[in-house]
Write a protein that binds this ligand. Structure first.
Ligand SMILES: Cc1ncc(COP(=O)(O)O)c(C=O)c1O
Length: 412
């Protein structure tokens, strides 16, 4: 399989032998695997004989998904988890002990921000945020003798910061630290971080990899030492295993990944260009635009810009929510990466628990609107935007930016 192209691997890699054989990977909807006899059980537990032990740390269907993702991300191995957050948590738990630190870009998904900012201190560890992640010097300055890894999400959700992966990898190597990349937004169809020098890749497979919003999942792809370390000393005791059904749905998603990503990119480019010329839009964050500061970087390390984009409405918090309510083809939900287009208001949902000051530091304003552009017909998406702008008025209202006092309770 190593000689085959990406699309062939996305359909065939990772399959060992199933009896009887079948066209789609069998779903082993089972928690345990009966042994022939006590001797076989003992041999499987010591690793002398290949086999499966218990659904919390291994399952044949999940194993195919892990092997296929390792093939697509060019890593020695992979370990699947119940969600993207549990994959990031398992990796963090594995790499950090009490007193240790991760150095991370502050342009990360709200859940990752919460895990690092609130969750790590509860484990006796901490994060050193890099608030200017474009600057490699800023990363270097944040490293201390207790740093155990560097973490970057690129492109980031929702501010669309794009990191220079080779430059960060060179820094990580010079300090003998692993570089971990959250590759959720681009997927390996568009960006393969290990080919750019990264050591570990994490995903929320809930997004583009599954592709239709049907199943939560996450994965850590990396060296065997890390992946098997998490299997033996992490997932086994902590428990967030991927379900066999979700592994199967994610395998189905992988088969069409690069086809879907192509259409996602084309539709997102059209939407970004439409927004850029609209009088109610002050800024569009999409690295596919020639005006975007990351445009050159993208050409060097990505095959496409995926379909997450965000923009600043010339207006305030209320007007952003009115615009969202007026959309008919785009679905208002806190999700991304599905065939259907999705609109999200980060300030009132995904990032609300951050508080306005932290949000602004991370490049998120009250009037920011986020799109995950799907694979519908381009003209229907553009027509939907046009009618929603018509509903809120072509000219901006002269009101100060305002956020309701209502306190957010969750960070989804
Ligand atoms: C970039 C990124 N990483 C990780 C996650 C967490 O994934 P999950 O929702 O599967 O836990 C998300 C969720 O939106 C995300 O956007």
């Amino acid at each position: 399989m190593t000689d085959h192209g990406f699309d062939t691997k996305a359909i065939h890699a990772g399959i060992t032998s199933f009896q009887p054989d079948s066209m789609s990977v069998p779903i082993y909807q089972s928690v345990a695997y009966p042994y022939l006899d006590a001797q076989e059980a003992a041999a499987i537990f010591t690793g002398e004989k290949p086999g499966f032990t218990y659904g919390r740390w291994d399952n044949p269907t999940v194993q195919v998904f892990e092997n296929r993702m390792a093939a697509l991300e060019n890593t020695e191995g992979a370990i699947a988890a119940a969600s993207g957050m549990s994959a990031i948590f398992l990796l963090t738990h594995h790499l950090l002990g009490a007193g240790d630190a991760v150095v991370s870009s502050n342009r990360v998904y709200g859940g990752t921000f919460g895990l690092f900012d609130v969750g790590l201190p509860r484990m006796g560890a901490k994060v050193n945020w890099v608030t200017n992640p474009e600057s490699i010097e800023a990363w270097a300055a944040a490293i201390t003798p207790r740093t155990k890894f560097l973490f970057v999400e690129t492109p980031s959700n929702p501010a669309l910061f794009v990191a220079d992966i080779p430059a960060l990898a060179a820094l990580a190597k010079s300090r003998r630290l692993p570089l971990v990349v959250d590759n959720t937004i681009t997927t390996p169809a568009l960006q393969q971080p290990t080919r750019l020098g990264a050591d570990v890749v994490v995903h929320s497979t809930t997004k583009y990899i599954c592709g239709n919003g049907s199943s939560l999942g996450g994965i850590v792809c990396g060296p065997k030492s890390i992946v098997e370390g998490i299997r033996q000393n992490g997932i086994r005791y902590l428990g967030p295993a991927m379900s066999p059904m979700n592994a199967w749905l994610s395998l189905i998603g992988l088969e069409t990944l690069s086809l879907r990503m192509g259409k996602h990119c084309r539709n997102a480019q059209a939407v970004a260009e439409y927004l850029e010329q609209h009088p109610r839009v002050t800024k569009v964050n999409y690295p596919g635009l020639a005006s975007n500061p990351y445009h050159k970087l993208v050409a060097a390390q990505m095959k496409g810009c995926s379909s997450l984009l965000s923009f600043e409405l010339d207006g305030n918090y209320e007007q952003a929510t009115r615009f969202i309510d007026a959309l008919k083809v785009l679905t208002h939900a806190t999700h991304l990466g599905t065939c259907r287009s999705i609109v999200t208001h980060p300030a009132s949902t995904t990032h609300s628990a951050m508080g306005e000051a932290q949000m602004r530091k991370a490049g998120i304003s009250p009037s920011m609107v986020r799109f995950s552009i799907g694979i519908e017909d381009e003209r229907d998406l553009l027509a939907d935007l046009e009618q929603a702008f018509d509903r809120i008025g072509k000219q901006p209202a002269k009101q100060p930016a305002k956020k309701p006092a209502r306190k957010a309770v969750s960070r989804t």
